[in-house]
Ligand binder design. Structure first.
Ligand code: HEM
Length: 405
């Protein structure tokens, strides 16, 4: 985040550059394709991506019919809002939204500020550190653990779960259906461990309520219906995973974007009201989830191509977000851009429930970094470690150099 940044630019992983080239090629020439190697369809234009995400009746989020049945894995479906279709989705989302209100999130601001300050206080006197290890990972995981009511000191365990569950992307050149069986087998032990941990917590709260989110979920009722243990366990597990690693990615991606746009850092320092727009722009250019999967329930036409029923379709958020017909100069990182159409949080009924929380955490963290450091930049001598870009667009490690005020 500096105009002084004069070292070599941080190298992007080669497969990220390749990915954006491939997406641009498809937008221009083949906006909907059947990918032979993975035996699944892909859609690249903003129009098709939003169409897919707006039509859950034709593009289902429930993939359970495709994966081999496993008693423990099957339970996930009960609370995993992301993979539930209407009409159940509406009921579940209504129930959990009652506990996860904008007021509930806004009230977290003082605590988020306090945690961010404590983490940065711990770095006093240091001019070189890893932004992800010291801030972008611990901040969201502490916040989400406290919300759920589980000890944030268990975060190494949460990180291990996230590594197994989110870094388990099927190989890009193997038919998806073949790979799904192996995937289920690979994640089953972690799923069992996570389920047992959360179940213990839910049972504790049923007998000893507090003011955490799990207590609120236990108490929530709509039309006389309340959530059962499996629903609370797997909804909370989803929050724990979705609620930290994506925000970690957003904060790391923010630093990488700002490091290559020193003029934007100057603008932010002059006008902090630009911070929220800048964060939307990071999500547009580097959405942590690059694509979302859906299953067709009927034959459907997209951009003149007919996709038969029963097919997996990937809606490429990372491509929609750079669609030239929607975003002028899409390769330019512009914090003043009208970004309402960026799809980094998804679109339609599954639009990210945690978006207000992620935005709040990132805004507080960026403002505090700008307050505390007159200069912060990616360490040209350090090495950035990226996740597999097909699993998550983000970094596991971003070494930085800082100059405190
Ligand atoms: C859904 C991205 C942070 C909880 C989603 C979806 C995306 C997304 C793309 C849509 C999935 C789909 O349609 O299949 C992100 C990004 C984040 C972030 C980029 C951070 C920068 C969070 C946080 C939480 C959270 C902090 C919770 C504390 C959820 C939940 C859903 C969801 C519960 C499912 C909503 C539904 O199916 O109705 N997120 N998310 N996310 N996200 Fe996030």
């Amino acid at each position: 985040m500096t105009s002084l940044s004069n070292g070599p630019r941080p190298t992007e992983p080669a497969d990220l550059v390749d990915l954006f080239t491939r997406l641009a090629h498809h937008r221009a020439h083949e906006p909907v394709v059947f990918n032979e190697s993975i035996q699944a369809w892909e859609a690249f234009s903003h129009q098709d991506v939003t169409r897919i995400l707006s039509d859950p009746a034709t593009f289902s989020s429930d993939m359970s019919a495709l994966v081999p049945s496993d008693p423990d894995i099957d339970k996930i479906a009960k609370g995993n809002l992301i993979s539930i279709d209407p009409p159940l989705h509406r009921q579940m989302r209504g129930l959990v939204s009652k506990a996860f209100t904008p007021k509930f999130v806004a009230e977290l601001a003082p605590r988020i500020t306090e945690v961010t300050a404590e983490l940065l206080d711990g770095l006093a006197g240091r001019e070189r550190f890893d932004l992800v290890h010291e801030l972008s990972y611990p901040l969201p995981v502490i916040v989400i653990s406290e919300m759920i009511g589980i000890p944030s000191s268990d975060r190494e365990t949460f990180q291990r779960w996230a590594d197994v569950l989110l870094n388990n992307e099927p190989p890009a050149d193997e038919p998806l259906l073949d790979a799904l069986g192996d995937q289920v087998a690979a994640i089953a032990p972690t799923v069992r461990e996570m389920g047992a941990y959360m179940l213990e917590h839910v049972r504790r709260r049923r007998v000893k309520p507090t003011d955490d989110l799990v207590t609120a979920l236990v108490d929530t009722q709509v039309d006389g219906r309340s959530l059962d243990d499996d629903e609370i366990v797997w909804f909370t597990a989803l929050l724990l995973l979705a609620g930290h690693i994506t925000t970690t990615a957003l904060l790391g991606n923010t630093l990488l974007c700002l490091d290559s746009a020193p003029e934007v850092v100057e603008d932010l320092r002059a006008d902090r009201d630009l911070v929220p727009g800048m964060l939307e722009e990071v999500l547009r250019m580097r959405p942590p989830f690059t694509k979302l999967a859906r299953l067709t329930t009927a034959d459907v036409e997209l951009s003149g191509t007919t996709i038969p029923a029963g097919q997996i379709v990937f809606a490429w958020l990372a491509s929609a977000n750079r669609d030239e017909s929607v975003f002028t100069d899409p390769e330019v990182f512009d914090p003043r851009r009208e970004s309402a159409k960026q799809a980094g949080f998804g679109h339609g009924i599954h639009f990210c429930l945690g978006a207000p929380l992620a935005r709040l955490e990132a805004k507080i963290a960026v403002n505090m970094l700008l307050d505390r450091y007159r200069d912060i930049r990616v360490d040209p001598q350090g090495e950035i470690d990226f996740f597999d870009v097909h699993a998550l667009l983000g970094a596991k490690s971003v070494p930085v150099l800082v100059q405190p005020r």
